[in-house]
Design a protein around this ligand. Structure first.
Ligand SMILES: [Zn+2]
Length: 180
């Protein structure tokens, strides 16, 4: 009887401790639409065995722009790429998705995509999108784009044309490195 009570008491302490310390939290990003996903995995402590996981998705400025412009089918199957995570004995795990996630969170990048679709059409925006969502290329494009995109967007063709003239040289150099 005493033995059983000890086991119950140990279970009451050890199981919550295992649940608490065995959590691995991570973020990832979809390389098709730029949406972000947060994942909490409940794992056996100090193993990678996950017995339960919760996931929540959230829009980024870029994914919102992509959806508004209809650049990606709403029904596509998300291609999640690990960005970063930690917990359950891991201090800080980094994945190449963090580059795409950072790009997706730049409001100016979203502004650039919206303006390109609005005034140049979807086909003109697709190569830029392919570069911005490519983990190996996005860092070559997003800093320059986010520093040149008009903060207030391009409400009219005249505003777009003026902005395009001002930053044309920068965009032309970047455009030469776009995927075919
Ligand atoms: Zn997606």
């Amino acid at each position: 009887m005493r033995h059983r009570r000890t086991l119950i008491i140990l279970g009451c302490v050890l199981i919550p401790a295992a649940v608490y310390f065995g959590q691995f939290e991570s973020t990832s990003v979809c390389t098709t639409c730029g949406e972000a996903q947060s994942t909490r995995e409940f794992q056996i402590p100090f193993t990678r065995f996950t017995y339960f996981a919760t996931r929540s998705r959230s829009a980024t400025p870029l994914s919102a722009a992509i959806n508004r412009a209809g650049l990606v089918p709403a029904t596509h199957s998300h291609q999640w790429l690990f960005a970063n995570g930690g917990g359950n004995g891991i201090m800080c795990a980094l994945g190449s998705g963090r580059h795409v996630r950072d790009t997706a969170n730049f409001p100016a990048v979203a502004t650039f995509v919206t303006a390109t679709v609005t005034y140049r059409g979807q086909s003109a925006a697709q190569p830029w999108l392919a570069a911005l969502l490519d983990p190996n290329r996005t860092s070559d494009f997003s800093p320059a784009i986010s520093s040149t995109a008009p903060l207030g967007g391009c409400p009219t063709q005249a505003v777009y044309d003026r902005w395009r003239r001002d930053v044309g040289e920068v965009l032309d150099v970047l455009a030469q490195a776009l995927p075919p």
